[in-house]
Write a protein that binds this ligand. Structure first.
Ligand code: GRG
Length: 288
């Protein structure tokens, strides 16, 4: 699929997801006003909406009901935003810039940012419960054997020597699990067969790994302006990253290899693979 068609799909998905988020999130005028304003702040700060876009792209590719999938797509963005707000807290990654703006605890305060994360996650589950199978898939992906496991292992690894295999394991959990679940949920909502769901999981896992390798490369090579977050931070924090372990060139090769694996997994979709294949290319080429 040409880049322009993928870019157009992202733009369309972003608009529909933003409208759905607007519908789901309480207005800032609803009490408690400060909490609701603070919940909206990171959600509408300009994220790429990758996870909801992946879900909607999967539903479109499989001929599912995109309108019915929208609330699930928006819920994925709420989950993702909660993870960013909590990750940025002083007790975690301690970052003061995200999506080009002061992080939630900087713009408000720490207690509010903790509650914002809690409330976004709770609202996500309130929304996802209408899709029980997909809800269970996301719960598994983000729990203590998924994304939170990745975060815990990442925190535990700080200051110690980590090899490439251990780093890959951390990021397959921390970043990859929710990305893979986003694709699998698209399959679940579209009534995909087990072989197709398995292929989607494989695509999502490899895409998630490639996404994180590219993220680490952007931290070295990208600009704070384009990324909307502090670059060079990993090195300053002495955090193990793919380029710090493998080097920049080898990291690039491994990102390519992961994406080739993602594309291979799509073979089962035959002529319906174009959009998801195009998104894989976007992940490799992105500059933010
Ligand atoms: C705090 C429980 C808990 C988990 C946090 C996902 C995560 C675990 C932390 C996020 C921090 C981080 C840098 C993770 C790597 C994944 C990543 C690159 C996130 C940023 O996602 P993008 O690029 O962000 O999709 P936008 O702003 O575009 O949505």
């Amino acid at each position: 699929m040409p880049d322009s068609a993928v870019t157009a799909f992202f733009a369309e998905a972003r608009q529909r997801v933003d409208e759905e988020l607007e519908r789901i999130l309480p207005a800032a005028s609803v009490a408690p006003e400060k909490l609701h304003e603070a919940m909206r702040y990171p959600v509408f700060a300009g994220g790429k909406r990758l996870r909801p876009t992946l879900l909607l792209a999967t539903v479109r590719s499989l001929g599912g009901d995109e309108g019915a999938a929208l609330s699930m797509a928006a819920a994925l963005e709420l989950v993702h935003t909660y993870s960013l707000v909590h990750d940025d807290l002083p007790a975690m990654d301690d970052d003061d810039l995200r999506r080009g703006q002061p992080t939630c605890h900087v713009a408000y305060d720490e207690a509010t940012a903790i509650l914002v994360g809690d409330a976004l996650l709770t609202l996500a589950f309130e929304t996802m419960v209408a899709h029980p199978e997909a809800c269970a898939e996301v719960a598994r992906a983000i729990g203590s054997r998924g994304m939170i496991a990745g975060q815990a292992l990442d925190l535990a690894a700080a200051g110690s020597d980590v090899d490439g295999a251990a780093l890959e394991r951390i990021h397959r959990l921390k970043t990859g699990a929710l990305i893979a679940a986003s694709v699998v949920c698209g399959g679940l909502l579209s009534g995909a067969s087990v072989p197709v769901r398995n292929a989607l999981r494989c695509y999502g896992n490899e895409l998630g790994l490639a996404f994180q390798i590219v993220d680490d490369l952007l931290d070295v090579e990208g600009s704070t302006e384009a990324l909307g977050k502090t670059t060079g931070k990993d090195a300053r924090d002495r955090k193990a990253t793919f380029p710090s372990i493998w080097g920049v060139e080898e990291s690039g090769r491994r990102a390519q290899a992961a994406l080739a694996g993602a594309r291979d997994a799509l073979a089962v979709l035959e002529d319906r693979a174009g959009l998801l294949g195009g998104i894989a290319d976007f992940v490799l080429q992105r500059d933010r």
